[in-house]
Design a protein. Structure first.
Length: 181
């Protein structure tokens, strides 16, 4: 794999951190106070996994957690069970949950007790929503009955406004796409 190094002149650490997290490149940084140095991306993506496979879930969790440790935490709490149907590599439906109470979107296999909301969603729509972060796909699927919701619908709607917009500003969708087949 060919390595790309981009040159950047900056003394602002916040700008530099943003570049490292939102662009999948390495940077040559020239500082007015010292010699040039090369900063490597914190995420070296060599493997891709099927969306919602155990390997994908672990890789996505690790990416989100590392970004949140550097940039701050999500200030929105949601506990959601998710039942995913029509999975190409899985014979049965897959039960997962999302929990943001630790400050990042934690997606795990299993179910959480006392969820705020439970969503039943097909695989392709879930992928469009969580990998592509395409809210229009979710709206269309909801209107056509492909998404079924029980519980607090306002919490589910707030997921997009709070969590997805925060993740987007931190470059997480690009990282998630880079690990997804």
């Amino acid at each position: 794999m060919r390595q790309h190094i981009h040159r950047v002149l900056t003394t602002d650490e916040t700008t530099l951190e943003h570049l490292l997290f939102t662009h999948l490149h390495d940077f040559q940084v020239e500082s007015l106070a010292g010699p040039p140095k090369t900063l490597m991306r914190r995420f070296v993506v060599s493997d891709k996994y099927p969306f919602l496979s155990p390997e994908w879930i672990e890789a996505a969790r690790n990416l989100r957690k590392e970004v949140m440790e550097k940039t701050g935490k999500i200030e929105f709490e949601l506990k959601m069970n998710q039942i995913v149907t029509d999975i190409p590599f899985h014979e049965q439906e897959l039960r997962t949950y999302i929990d943001t109470s630790q400050g990042f979107l934690d997606l795990e296999i299993g179910e959480i007790e006392s969820p705020d909301v439970t969503v039943t969603i097909d695989y392709e729509t879930a992928k469009a929503l969580f990998v592509d972060q395409n809210p229009q796909a979710a709206v269309e699927a909801f209107m056509s009955g492909k998404i079924k919701v029980t519980g607090d619908l306002t919490k589910l709607l707030a997921l997009q406004g709070n969590v997805f917009s925060f993740e987007s500003s931190e470059g997480i969708p690009t990282l998630i796409k880079s690990i997804t087949l």
